[in-house]
Design a protein around this ligand. Structure first.
Ligand SMILES: NC(=O)c1ccc[n+]([C@@H]2O[C@H](COP(=O)([O-])OP(=O)(O)OC[C@H]3O[C@@H](n4cnc5c(N)ncnc54)[C@H](OP(=O)(O)O)[C@@H]3O)[C@@H](O)[C@H]2O)c1
Length: 289
């Protein structure tokens, strides 16, 4: 698997990551099946796993995905390359809803809970899950700076931000990653200049829902252009969608989710797909900005 730097940090990660969300939300597979999915991904060379305290069913289930990943890593027993687990804080799940709470006090307790769930002494990358309308981003990021000073987190990332919020955060702390929704269907950060800004600042851009999210699965599978390009290379349309993201900028790292072993193995193989000019122009025509 080819590696990409995790922003300006000292970490290098596989250029295709694994998104843990489908393993822990409604419709999730059994625990043993979920662990097999994570193992399949690691055996395929993935060394970045994205998670969050809130990848679970509801507030009573907080930490489900983090505990699952900790168990999967313990069971694989050092048989795979060292893995960077990137988690997040700043949301809650009352009654299964997704509610922002990025007060410093809340981020401090969420970080403690994530350390416990992941059985780590330092979180390699801790991401602010979303900006809280009631809390200035400087205050939320300030709490992460304090956690970093205490050695509880190594690097700070942001999620669901625009360029303006990123600039405000950068005035408070070094930011190594931005995680936003991005795919052939959702090119906003490519056209707005956010991805280019990340590249100029040496910030990794983690593309979430890179095959369009849960509902995007059928859209990718049925799309005539993704299918045609895939057929030319003998690969799935999903690999085409992921390789297209990789071709956008050297800072982009797609983090496809998977609840099935076959999806995890197939997505990791997008690392080996090189799209040529003819493919890229066909995709540009099919998915205009
Ligand atoms: N920061 C945020 O606010 C935020 C929001 C959403 C997601 N995320 C992160 O981003 C990750 C990815 O996003 P996502 O899970 O919403 O959407 P996604 O990666 O676009 O994938 C959605 C579904 O597509 C299917 N799929 C993926 N690759 C495939 C392949 N090669 N072949 C066939 N099917 C494939 C999987 O189906 P199966 O389940 O059937 O395997 C997966 O569940 C999440 O897991 C999470 O870590 C972050």
């Amino acid at each position: 698997m080819n590696l990409r730097p995790l922003g300006s940090s000292d970490l290098q990660v596989s250029q295709i990551g694994l998104g843990g969300m489908p393993l822990s939300i409604a419709g999730r597979p059994s625990r043993s099946e979920a662990i097999k999915v994570i193992h399949a991904s690691l055996r395929a060379g993935v060394t970045l796993i994205d998670t969050a305290d809130v990848y679970c069913l509801d507030q009573s289930d907080i930490g489900h995905n983090e505990k699952l990943i900790a168990d999967a890593l313990a069971q694989i027993n050092g048989a795979a390359a060292p893995v960077v687990v990137a988690t997040k804080g700043g949301l809650q799940r009352p009654g299964g809803a997704w509610v922002t709470d990025a007060h410093p006090r809340r981020l401090r307790s969420a970080c403690e809970a994530s350390l416990k769930a992941l059985r780590l002494t330092t979180l390699p990358l801790y991401q602010l899950h979303a900006v809280d309308d009631d809390v200035p981003i400087e205050d939320s990021v300030g709490a992460l700076v304090e956690l970093r000073r205490q050695g509880k987190i190594a690097h700070i990332g942001l999620s669901n931000v625009g360029v303006g919020e990123l600039k405000r955060a950068l005035a408070v702390a070094p930011i190594v990653s931005v995680q936003n929704r991005c795919s052939v269907f959702e090119r906003r950060d490519l056209s707005s200049g956010l991805v280019a800004f990340c590249a100029a600042q040496k910030i990794a851009y983690l593309a979430y829902s890179p095959v369009g999210g849960g509902r995007g699965k059928a859209r990718v599978a049925d799309d005539p252009t993704l299918r045609a390009v895939g057929a030319r290379h003998g690969v799935s349309p999903f690999q085409v969608a992921l390789a297209w993201l990789l071709s956008r900028s050297p800072v982009v790292i797609p983090i496809p989710g998977a609840s099935q072993i076959a999806s995890a193995i197939d997505s990791a193989a997008a690392d080996g797909l090189r799209l040529v000019a003819e493919d890229l122009s066909a995709l540009d025509r099919a998915f205009p900005v």
